[in-house]
Design a protein around this ligand. Structure first.
Ligand SMILES: NC(=O)c1ccc[n+]([C@@H]2O[C@H](COP(=O)([O-])OP(=O)(O)OC[C@H]3O[C@@H](n4cnc5c(N)ncnc54)[C@H](OP(=O)(O)O)[C@@H]3O)[C@@H](O)[C@H]2O)c1
Length: 321
């Protein structure tokens, strides 16, 4: 099969389409013939040599895919050859075939095309496992999403609104904020022009989904409501910061941080099962949809990475196998 390989750590140009051996489905896995994969920020870090795949994962990038089941490994039940699926991966999505633990498979939702379904697994699993499982956003609460027009943000807005939360977003341009408003965001904050703590007002946010890490830690604490929960999933603004424990204590607040890729298989399967139970019906009935900026051929993976690094996209960037 063909896959995108990383010749050596570096810029987008190191992504090279090459002939590689087909993967074989192990026990409890299925082989998926890939229709499409999606680009995630983690793929950029992996390309640069800063984020190696966990032990046992495919060496090729790609944390999600859609496609058709081509073969079943031993012990797999509930799925059949030919089923149209999408899947959360530990790697290997930038390829024509990938072996996937059966617990990480989801059916393609009603009304979503096979290619477009590749936009769903990573963002639904990340938003669900953090905003809902980890910090229990409730109806009527305020959710602040940093990077509201990102892949994660566009799903966070839709799921936040679907459960009846008030959603605030930050983004770096009026065009991106308009896209967030169209998805249902209630409070629009241009982080280049406004201070998000002031823009939120004195009530603050009950839950903050943060992708900036160190750079925003102190201001995120300022922005939290009493009993607020800050969940950090990105480090785009660095990894080391000083924590003011007095602020945390005064607000009886909590800070949580998670990474999806390295979680054990049983935890990923449990997240995917909850996503299927709680998020898939919202997609099936059209309340929530994948937001896709661009679809490029797999061979143009370098171009897709340049697009992500330029941060001009809104929603997801897909690669069609
Ligand atoms: N921990 C996990 O398990 C996990 C899983 C998935 C994703 N993530 C993380 O989630 C983040 C989003 O991922 P993605 O794939 O959706 O990437 P993406 O579409 O490229 O989004 C990156 C976002 O960061 C925003 N941003 C940059 N500087 C900002 C600032 N100073 N203030 C507010 N927002 C800022 C960008 O907003 P503008 O373009 O408007 O500047 C953009 O929306 C990444 O950091 C990724 O690593 C973590």
């Amino acid at each position: 099969m063909r896959a995108i390989t990383i010749k050596e750590p570096g810029g987008p140009e190191v992504l090279t389409l090459a002939e590689v051996p087909d993967p074989l489905p192990g026990e409890g896995e299925v082989l998926v013939e890939v229709a499409a994969t999606a680009v995630n920020r983690a793929d950029v870090l992996q390309r640069q040599g800063f984020y190696n795949p966990p032990p046992g994962a495919s060496p090729y990038p790609g944390l999600e895919c859609s496609g058709r089941i081509a073969a079943l490994g031993a012990g797999v039940s509930g799925w059949a050859v030919g089923d149209e699926v999408c899947a959360l991966l530990s790697g290997g999505g930038y390829a024509e075939k990938v072996a996937v633990p059966a617990g990480q498979l989801l059916p393609v939702p009603k009304g979503v095309g096979l290619v477009d379904a590749a936009a769903l697994p990573e963002v639904t699993a990340t938003v669900w496992s953090n905003v809902f499982q980890a910090v229990h956003l409730r109806p009527g609460e305020t959710l602040l999403l940093h990077g509201g027009s990102s892949g994660i943000g566009t799903m966070g807005i839709q799921l936040g609104k679907a459960i009846g939360a008030r959603v605030a977003v930050t983004a770096g341009s009026a065009e991106k904020l308009e896209a967030c408003r169209a998805l249902g965001a209630d409070v629009l904050i241009n982080y280049r022009e406004q201070d998000f703590v002031e823009a939120l007002g004195p009530d603050g946010a009950d839950v903050i989904l943060d992708v900036m890490g160190a750079k925003y830690l102190d201001r995120n604490l300022d922005a939290l409501a009493v009993n607020g929960r800050l969940v950090i999933i990105g480090m785009q603004g660095g990894v080391q910061a000083e924590l003011n424990i007095a602020k945390l204590m005064a607000k009886r607040a909590a800070i949580v941080s998670t990474s999806l890729r390295a979680r054990p298989l049983d935890e990923k399967a449990a997240i995917v099962a909850e996503v299927r139970e709680h998020v898939w019906p919202l997609i099936d009935n059209g309340r929530v949809r994948p937001i896709i900026d661009t679809v490029l051929p797999l061979a143009d993976a370098a171009e897709a990475h340049r697009l992500m690094e330029s941060s001009t996209h809104i929603g997801k960037i897909l690669l069609r196998a």
